[in-house]
Design a protein around this ligand. Structure first.
Ligand code: ADP
Ligand code: ZN
Ligand code: ZN
Length: 661
């Protein structure tokens, strides 16, 4: 009798598949099924990827599959092909991708559930009030509905408050009428409650999918979705891997947001996978943003995507004007006199104010005045940030953290100087200056408990706060009708950052946070405090707006031959000894350097040269085409695996990097 061999992936960062014999009483085994196998000395679950008739494995070492867990594949063909493509494109082990793309209960061998939406959830007893659509909304919906039955990528480029969500909703309704499901992907889970509220009503089954759900809930929702029990699924980046049998529409909201990219393990970008998936399924996809990324704009220019613009706010208000305050002209104050006066004015009108800065903690740098001691992280070599509330010094790069009681750790002096400010310090300054106002601080320290952030957002909306001090958590997607003033501070570092996407992200952030002001019936105002009021990027952005700014950025990138005009892959090596990392990357460079169609730069120190006791070096591989880049990197992996000291090195490949260290 013929032997059949299954190639099996294990949920571990291993690049290989493993051959096992299919027992003769289990000939039904097929790709996408879960099996148990003996792996080393352990019994583990694995996923069947391929079936073949022979193996190069020594017959004496060939083991049999112990048990088959599924009657039909729990990963269908579409999803398995997607996992394989992602693994290939990002050079990440297939097992790792399956790990990221499936609920833990499934990987642990739990039986699939035959569940029904109504058994578990109840639809919200809400009747949606029908809005009268704006002219721009109508046009957008019409354009998209022309391609409702085929692949087409739409960039819905709508300024903040132009009503993009309503466009999603209307297109989703068309898709639902055809019996199909809509998957909406957002960059951060705290954007989900707002969207749930928008979509939940008595007519739709709406499900969420993200890491804050308990493993059990995740598994239930995963099963409901694969049983076609959801009309709308709203989730974070890993939802791009959901098994949605009747997928009819993909939406990626805030497509420019780098949180759509996974930064650890497999460095996939959910937006790009979603586009691939839409193509494979021949369905439309909408990328929504008020500040589209440069790569997406380039794809519009290349006519790969259709550009739908919405340039009017629903409330007909102008986008708030941005005003620059030159901080070199003020006397060392944290808030300029003009900002204080403007805040005062807004408070007297019972309106709300946002103060935005992207730095948590009290102060990013402290030193002892008597012995000049500066606390540095001994693992990264960088300054530690002082956090007043929990009396600690924290490294914001590796999370090292020590207690600090305002005494120098070298000479015990208590003459400590605190330089610069984070959200904690600003909160303190504001409390002193506006002692009668109610202040909320919104950053990852103040909102670490479950539900805390949502509560703050609700309290902001019901006017329980006057002033909100916070990081980018405040800037994303939220709708606070009574905010009329946004003050932006502390952005100067990003103006000069060496990171590839830093300036683009800053521009997006400025527009996004400005968009929080004046969304309802009152006109908004934005003030930016900077020591570089003549900075060209700032001036162009303010004078000409984002669209013009980003097309200028593309010009610059084109002239410099940089992404998005070129494709990049970064191989990063981390090692305790810098020499090991360097030798390792040079070996890879040797292998690539003479290939046609690619250029190699490095090894060079990363932006974070040392992190958590490891030195980081990068090798940048640049190519005109993604397929060339892919094949060259693929050729490298055997070389890498043959480098004898590779166990001293942690290496990763980052394709289309957005923010690598
Ligand atoms: P965006 O995502 O483009 O910034 P939203 O979708 O959040 O904007 O819409 C802003 C606000 O306008 C929301 O409160 C939404 O309910 C409301 N809105 C959207 N479209 C309409 C409409 N046609 N008529 C009235 N209100 C609308
Ligand atoms: Zn000292
Ligand atoms: Zn550190």
């Amino acid at each position: 009798m013929k032997k059949y061999i299954a190639e099996i992936a294990i949920v571990k960062p291993l690049h290989n598949l493993f051959d096992y014999e299919i027992p003769s009483d289990h000939q039904e085994v097929s790709p996408g099924m879960r099996v148990t196998i003996e792996f080393g000395k352990k019994v583990v679950n694995g996923f069947v990827i391929n079936i073949k008739e022979s193996t190069e494995l020594d017959p004496k070492r060939l083991k049999k599959i112990l048990n088959v867990l599924d009657e039909t594949p729990c990963i269908n063909k579409e999803l398995l092909d997607l996992f394989l493509w992602v693994s290939d494109y990002y050079h990440a082990p297939i097992g790792q991708i399956i790990g990221l793309g499936t609920p833990s209960y499934l990987r642990n061998g739990k039986e699939m559930l035959d569940v029904n939406f109504n058994e578990i959830y109840k639809r919200k007893d809400i009747k949606r009030r029908e809005l009268e659509l704006s002219r721009e909304q109508l046009t957008a919906i019409e354009k998209i509905s022309y391609s409702i039955n085929e692949y087409h990528c739409f960039l819905l480029d709508g300024i903040t408050g132009s009503g993009k969500t309503e466009v999603y909703k209307k297109v989703q309704e068309i898709v639902k009428k055809r019996g199909k499901q809509t998957l909406i992907i957002v960059p951060e889970k705290n954007l989900i409650p707002g969207l749930l509220q928008y979509f939940e009503d008595s007519k739709m089954n709406v499900l969420e999918y993200h890491s804050s759900l308990t493993p059990k809930k995740r598994f239930i929702n995963w099963n409901l979705i694969q049983n076609c029990q959801a009309d709308i699924i709203i989730g974070t980046r890993s939802s791009v891997f959901l098994k949605v049998p009747n997928l009819g529409l993909l939406i990626v909201d805030e497509e420019h947001d780098i949180s759509l990219k996974n930064q650890s393990d497999a460095k996939y970008n959910a937006r790009d996978i979603a586009i691939y998936r839409a193509k494979k399924n021949n369905i439309p996809i909408i990328l929504g943003s008020a500040t589209p990324s440069s790569e997406t704009i380039l794809n519009v220019l290349k006519k790969k995507y259709s550009h739908i613009k919405m340039r009017e706010r629903i409330n007909k208000k102008e986008i708030p004007s941005l005003k620059i305050i030159d901080m070199t002209k003020t006397k060392n104050e944290v808030l300029s006199g003009e900002v204080v006066r403007t805040i005062q004015d807004r408070l007297s009108k019972k309106e709300q104010v946002i103060i935005f800065l992207n730095r948590r903690g009290y102060s990013p740098l402290i030193y002892c005045k008597s012995c000049k001691w500066i606390p540095k992280c001994n693992q990264c070599g960088l300054n530690m940030t002082y956090h007043k509330k929990n009396k600690s010094l924290q490294c914001h790069h590796c999370f090292r953290n020590t207690q600090f009681h305002n005494k120098c750790m070298e000479c015990n002096s208590d003459d400590i100087s605190f330089i610069g400010e984070g959200t904690e310090k600003i909160e303190e300054v504001i409390k002193k200056e506006f002692s009668n106002s109610r202040i909320a601080r919104v950053d990852s320290d103040s909102t670490s408990k479950k539900g805390q952030l949502q509560k703050i957002f609700e309290d902001i909306k019901s006017n329980k706060y006057d002033i909100l001090v916070g990081t980018q958590m405040l800037s994303k997607g939220h709708h606070f009708p009574n905010v009329t003033l946004v003050v932006i501070m502390n952005i100067d570092q990003s103006l000069f950052s060496p990171r590839l996407k830093a300036i683009e992200q800053l521009a997006q952030q400025l527009i996004q946070v400005s968009g929080r002001a004046g969304r309802a019936s009152k006109t908004g105002e934005v003030i930016l405090q900077t020591a570089f009021p003549k900075n060209e990027d700032l001036l162009r952005l303010i004078k000409n707006g984002y669209e013009n700014w980003v097309s200028n950025l593309l010009e610059v990138r084109k002239n410099l031959n940089l992404p998005p005009y070129k494709s990049w892959g970064v191989i990063q090596a981390k090692a305790r000894k810098i020499y090991d990392a360097e030798k390792f990357l040079l070996k890879i460079k040797e292998k690539i350097i003479n290939k046609d169609g690619v250029e190699v730069y490095g090894p060079m120190p990363s932006n974070m040269q040392k992190k958590a006791n490891f030195y980081n070096l990068n090798l940048i591989i640049q190519s005109q085409t993604k397929s060339k880049l892919n094949s060259v990197l693929k050729d490298c992996i055997p070389t890498i695996k043959n480098i004898p000291y590779q166990n001293r090195i942690k290496w990763t490949i980052d394709i289309d990097p957005v923010d690598y260290d």
